[in-house]
Design a protein around this ligand. Structure first.
Ligand code: KG4
Ligand code: ZN
Length: 338
């Protein structure tokens, strides 16, 4: 306990961030330490799983110690250990999970396994102290694009997901085609501000009527074909225009489907989460649509959008209150369903 409040040490290692945090009663992050491997994976244009696992192993111990130090806490003050056990890269997940189990075993404190997507949504409870379910959530990151109906802290129903690439993955691939670098999301976000979103007409993929699923692989090919045909014709490409047009085609669909989901299921607020939720155009468009329809909109600050452990500490708290602890046989599940 810290100041009479239930304290969780949380660990996240599902992709290329090694992160640890101390969170009080699900809402207050006393520390939030993130060791990013982006600079290492940049050279390969994407995350290399084996390299990610090795770096998690190098970093996980000091990241956990720093999370305790930053919170002014010791293990004696901690009441439970929360950890992401899926979905994600199996080798990466195993490092965080093995560390959490070691802490739990050595101290006799409860172990709480957290679903990574549940964590992303919970980032909003840390940012917005007044936020309570129910609401409609859009989880949009490098690995996921999901519309999730949240009826209670632990009651989540996936209404739609991507049938191929995740939105962030499409950003990253298109950025590579445009020669912008990695990770592409923030770079496209920046350069698109100087471009015309109507310069190139890329197809908006809505799928069947009423479907809350997404498909982003077509637009990636669309951008590649456009760039190649312009090159062949000897025309100069306006990178800002292409980036802005690509982004607009993706976000038109994302915003329309999320707002439609909220309205059709009678929700009065939308909550965004995941790395792409940091996108300035998405935030602007969603704000405008929510205002038009009288919906509340909640988004975490950028540091809580991308992978972090504070969000895992929050999800762990609410799961523990409802379901209690997991035992030490808990395994990493790369494609864990929500
Ligand atoms: O949530 P996250 O850190 O990791 C996953 O769970 O995937 O998200 C990373 C993804 C990357 O694809 C990155 O390009 C994208 O989020 N991203 C952005 C922005 N910031 C990060 N995409 C668009 N605009 C941004 N500002
Ligand atoms: Zn994530």
């Amino acid at each position: 306990m810290i100041d009479g409040k239930f304290a969780i040490l949380a660990i996240e290692s599902s992709c290329d961030e090694t992160a640890a945090a101390v969170v009080l009663e699900g809402r207050d992050a006393l520390s939030n330490v993130i060791s990013s491997q982006i600079d290492i994976h940049k050279a390969y244009g994407g995350v290399v799983p084996e390299i990610a696992s090795r770096h998690h192993l190098d970093n996980v111990n000091w990241v956990c110690r720093k999370a305790l130090d930053d919170a002014g806490a010791s293990m004696d003050d901690i009441d439970a250990i929360g950890v992401t056990y899926g979905p994600g890269l199996v080798g990466a997940l195993l490092i965080g999970l093995a560390t959490a189990k070691a802490y739990a075993l050595a101290t006799g404190k409860p172990l709480i396994g957290v679903h990574h997507i549940h964590g992303h949504i919970c980032a909003n409870y840390i940012e917005h102290k007044d936020l309570e379910p129910p609401f409609m959530a859009l989880v949009i990151s490098g690995g996921h694009t999901n519309i999730v109906e949240v009826t209670d802290y632990n009651e989540l129903k996936v209404l739609g997901g991507t049938r191929d690439d995740a939105a962030g993955e499409a950003y990253d691939k298109v950025a590579r085609v445009l020669g912008l670098g990695y990770p592409g999301g923030p770079l496209i976000d920046r350069i698109a501000k100087e471009g015309n979103p109507e310069a190139v007409e890329f197809k908006r993929v809505f799928l069947e009527k009423g479907s809350m699923d997404f498909s982003f692989s077509g637009i990636k090919t669309g951008v590649l074909n456009y760039v190649n045909s312009e090159k062949q014709a000897g025309r100069e490409i306006n990178v800002a225009d292409v980036a802005a047009s690509f982004q607009q085609a993706v976000l038109d669909v994302v915003v329309a489907k999320t707002v439609e989901a909220a309205l059709s299921l009678g929700k009065d607020k939308i909550v965004m989460a995941g790395g792409v939720a940091a996108n300035s155009r998405l935030r602007g468009m969603m704000e405008a649509e929510c205002e038009k329809h009288g919906l509340g909109l909640y988004t975490p600050s950028p540091i809580l959008c991308t992978d972090n452990a504070a969000m895992i500490g929050c999800a762990a708290y609410y799961k523990y209150k409802a379901e209690g602890a997991d035992d030490l046989t808990l395994d990493a599940i790369p494609n864990l369903p929500l």
